[in-house]
Write a protein that binds this ligand. Structure first.
Ligand SMILES: [Zn+2]
Length: 402
């Protein structure tokens, strides 16, 4: 017995009374088959409905080989054994997707009429909806013109008419896309004055019910353009969220909401300037410290330090700063520099003499004391997990054997 499909004329009475004919395993879940259903099965780019059957949540609705499967969690066999069933449809979600689907027809029809570009695929998602349009060009001003034309059609409140037509008569309609093959009846959805499209989804009765259609943006996709949009209540929620966000930025920057974009850019410019100044000051401070460290170790300055090892361990200094000081010292001395941060338990080996490879010496001694690290001939970095290991490494006689 085939399920009677009542999802196009959503019933006014709720819960809707039906009968469970069969419940069968469906992967890890179970699939309920009913004598009649108000749940739309996924198809034509529109997701399946949600709701409950005898209080059990419907996770998805799918159609396969003419059968409609209401997919539920498999723990509910008892509530869903053959017999009477009460169906409650998630009407808000259905309304949402019905509005989006109708808006999609209007959008695709409007773009085709205004630019000649056909829609090749569409997706109605829980957050964003998209259509893929077969054109490489979709400038911003065209999208605004399309959005305005769609708004005109919404204000015009044009009827949405469903035509059920035998396949041989389908050419009576100027269809926007090719109808499906092998159907007994082709369902043609007309937006009066705008669009004719074969479609099995659910649609509003007039364009005015869409409320508003908003194009969010476009991106290049497979040689064409993917246009994202929202419609209906989603536009209201989106506007509310943007306003809330704008007000937070407005308060933080003390600029009007309409000027937050310019305010953020100005802030970023100031931040970049401060970062550049800070970097210069940090480099200068590092150079001063490096000079002082080297001055305190006679024989380390200039080229005379070649081959000697200078070990410096800085407390309360993070490894980034230690590295800055180490690099400044590297420019001043030819010695092998081993600079460590006792705070971070890290060290770096640096050497400005190109012919010298510091790796064998540092790697061997480091590993002997339980450190880990690596690097190149003139720059080596390592890390210890215990302070006493780092201290033992830095005091190791082997470091100074040359
Ligand atoms: Zn449709």
């Amino acid at each position: 017995m085939e399920t009677q499909r009542l999802y196009y004329q959503a019933p006014s009475a709720e819960p809707f009374a039906a009968h469970i004919l069969e419940t069968r395993p469906y992967g890890d879940n179970a699939a309920v088959i009913l004598d009649a259903t108000v749940f739309y099965p996924e198809g034509g780019g529109q997701p399946g409905d949600r709701g409950t059957i005898n209080g059990v949540g419907v996770l998805d609705v799918q159609e396969k080989n003419g059968e409609i499967f209401h997919i539920v969690n498999g723990d509910h066999w008892q509530e869903l054994s053959p017999g009477p069933a009460e169906l409650i449809l998630d009407r808000r979600r259905r309304r949402d997707f019905t509005a989006l689907h109708t808006a999609q027809h209007l959008l695709s029809g409007t773009i085709l009429r205004m630019t000649g570009a056909p829609t090749v695929s569409m997706h109605l998602g829980d957050d964003i909806c998209t259509i893929d349009v077969d054109t490489g060009e979709m400038p911003g001003e065209t999208l605004i013109a399309v959005e305005e034309a769609a708004a005109d059609a919404v204000e015009g409140n044009h009827p949405v008419i469903i035509h059920l037509c035998p396949p041989e008569r389908v050419e009576d309609f100027p269809l926007r896309k090719v109808p499906p093959k092998g159907e007994d009846v082709i369902r043609v959805v007309e937006i009066q004055g705008n669009d004719f499209s074969p479609c099995c989804g659910t649609h509003l009765h007039t364009t005015g019910e869409i409320g508003m259609l908003r194009i969010l943006g476009t991106e290049k996709y497979k040689g064409g353009n993917r246009i994202s949009f929202i419609a209906g209540r989603r536009v209201l929620r989106d506007s509310r969220a943007l306003r809330r966000n704008g007000e937070i930025i407005s308060r933080a920057l003390k600029v009007p909401v309409a000027e937050t974009g310019a305010g953020v850019l100005a802030l970023l410019e100031r931040t970049a300037l401060m970062e550049r100044k800070l970097k210069t000051l940090e480099e200068e401070a590092a150079l001063r410290r490096a000079e002082a460290l080297i001055a305190g170790k006679p024989g380390m300055e200039t080229q005379s330090g070649a081959g000697k090892v200078l070990v410096v361990c800085l407390d309360h200094t993070d490894m980034d700063e230690v590295l800055r000081i180490g690099r400044a010292a590297q420019r001043l001395s030819a010695a092998v520099l081993v600079f460590a941060s006792s705070r971070d338990l890290k060290f770096a080996g640096l050497c400005s003499v190109k012919s010298l490879d510091i790796r064998p010496l540092l790697k061997g001694v480091m590993e002997k004391h339980g450190g880990k690290g690596g690097g190149g001939a003139s720059f080596f970095q390592g890390q210890f997990s215990r302070a006493e290991d780092l201290a033992a490494f830095l005091q190791s006689r082997e470091l100074f054997r040359n």
